[in-house]
Design a binder for this molecule. Structure first.
Ligand SMILES: C[S@@+](CC[C@H](N)C(=O)[O-])C[C@H]1O[C@@H](n2cnc3c(N)ncnc32)[C@H](O)[C@@H]1O
Length: 464
């Protein structure tokens, strides 16, 4: 194929042969690679070109002309428009196959000649309605589909690449099903009461986000209404309706974000019930407040934490650092196998939750510290705490900060357990650890996010 002839918006027939990290279909024609949105392996599609680069072309499927043998009907009515579950049309076992392959492709680049031994990915039993947290946006600017008409307030998710248009969601198939009821009640009341959604272009209006959480194993629900200002009288009808119609609501909070930044965080006021909900992992109970991180798949988190215990082979004498500890869940879960755990986390509310969680579970061999790991790890602030034998890191998607990596290498624990939600940044960090002082002992992919391109991976490293 003559790539010079390709033009933006051109329609082209492509055979999809693979699935790229991130969820787009791959097609290879001559020396050119096409990344095709909304396409899965073994499909033939008509795709429209959206971007032409020197070595690759970006396109999106507009028509499937040959179905893949692994294609299934996506149950979600929003699949075509919503960017959340990009692989919902691919059979779940095949999703797992491709996640395993992507991890192998990414990690083998860092291993040079030798083939890394990667354990078979652990899949989920519950593949729909698994998310315990969802952040929806209130908007007066819907993404129009066909000739559909909308109320003055829609609640939904951003259309991919559009910060200002919201896809009205009726029913999401990956969040807990009760969230769909809460979504409908919130729409009904905000329209009836003429509440004004926030406009992200004009920076006017009031209702910004509807964040819903559930403790799947306790059935306790939290609703966090994020608004541009504190006016509890405006949201009162919505609070009353939710309390009246959702019997397991335990907490309604109001996060106030007066700033232009379009994020669901700020100072938090209590509107109903208590400031937290409880969730259980195995024998442990955890309090989660609105601003604390908690693993979003409560069904699979026990598998992840049990795997950490298995691969770490803790000894009673071990001193463990739980870095990026969130509400202290990993540290508390492993504490009975070791002498002492130190957890470090940047979000103050999460550290407060972690301390409460340790008390709640009668754990007395764990301490928590609040701080940014790039400044705290290896600093004099940590001089009076013991050096670790094992360090568990569970960073957010950008991976480890160079300073954190440098100090981790200085501290030189015998074992590092790297828990990652982004294999690309994990591979980057592993390369440095391997080149300096460590060898990979074990690699275990775990699927926490069916139908999405995301995959979790636990890597165990041993000091050479
Ligand atoms: C993927 S979560 C892991 C949380 C916890 N280990 C768990 O399993 O629930 C990452 C955590 O790192 C925290 N974090 C992000 N950047 C940080 C930093 N620079 N220093 C310390 N903690 C950070 C986040 O607030 C979040 O709680």
């Amino acid at each position: 194929m003559e790539d010079k002839k390709l033009k933006r918006r051109q329609e082209i027939k492509l055979k999809i042969s693979d699935l790229a990290f991130g969820g787009r279909g791959i097609s290879k024609e001559d020396d050119l690679v096409f990344f095709v949105k909304d396409a899965i392996p073994n499909q033939d599609v008509i795709a429209k070109i959206s971007k032409i680069k020197k070595n690759y072309v970006e396109a999106y499927s507009i028509e499937t002309i040959k179905k893949s043998k692994d294609q299934v009907d996506p149950p979600c009515e929003h699949f075509e428009w919503c960017g959340g579950c990009t692989t919902q049309q691919l059979d779940y076992q095949k999703q797992l196959y491709f996640k395993q392959k992507q991890i192998s492709d990414i990690l083998n680049k860092i291993a040079g000649e030798k083939d890394l031994d990667i354990n078979p990915i652990i899949g989920c039993e519950q593949t729909f309605f698994y998310r315990n947290k969802m952040e929806y946006t209130f908007s007066g600017v819907p993404w129009y589909i066909g000739d559909e008409s909308y109320d003055d307030v829609v609640i939904g998710l951003h259309v991919p690449k559009r910060f200002d248009k919201i896809l009205n969601i009726n029913k999401c198939h990956i969040n807990h099903d009760i969230f769909n009821d809460i979504l409908q009640i919130s729409k009904e009341i905000s329209v009836k009461e003429k509440m004004v959604p926030y406009d992200v272009r004009k920076h006017t209006g009031f209702l910004r986000f509807l964040v819903i959480r559930i403790g799947v194993h306790t059935n306790e629900v939290m609703v966090n209404l994020v608004t541009a200002g504190y006016k509890p009288e405006i949201v009162k009808p919505l609070v009353d309706a939710l309390v009246d119609r959702i019997p397991n609501i335990k907490s309604i909070v109001n996060t106030i974000n007066n700033k232009k930044s379009n994020i669901a965080s700020g100072s938090t006021k209590l509107l109903y019930g208590q400031e937290f909900i409880n969730e259980k992992i195995g024998d442990y109970t955890f309090k989660i407040s609105a601003n604390s991180f908690f693993q979003t798949n409560s069904y699979q988190v026990k598998t992840l934490y049990d795997y950490i215990i298995k691969t770490a082979e803790f000894k009673e004498s071990d001193i463990v650092y739980d870095l990026y500890c969130g509400a202290g869940t990993i540290g508390i879960y492993i504490s009975k196998f070791v002498k002492k755990v130190y957890g470090i986390e940047i979000v103050e509310d999460a550290v407060k939750d972690a301390k409460i969680n340790a008390e709640l579970n009668s754990i007395d061999n764990i301490d928590f510290y609040c701080g940014d790991l790039k400044d705290v790890l290896g600093s004099e602030k940590m001089d009076n705490i013991k050096k670790p034998t094992t360090v568990i890191v569970d960073p957010p998607r950008p991976g480890l900060h160079p300073n954190t990596l440098k100090n981790l290498l200085k501290i030189k624990p015998k074992k590092i357990i790297y828990v990652s939600c982004n294999p690309a940044t994990m591979a980057r960090d592993l390369e440095i650890l391997i080149n300096e002082k460590y060898s990979i002992k074990d690699l275990q992919p775990i699927d926490m996010f069916p139908h999405t391109p995301h995959v979790e991976c636990v890597t165990t490293l041993i000091l050479n």
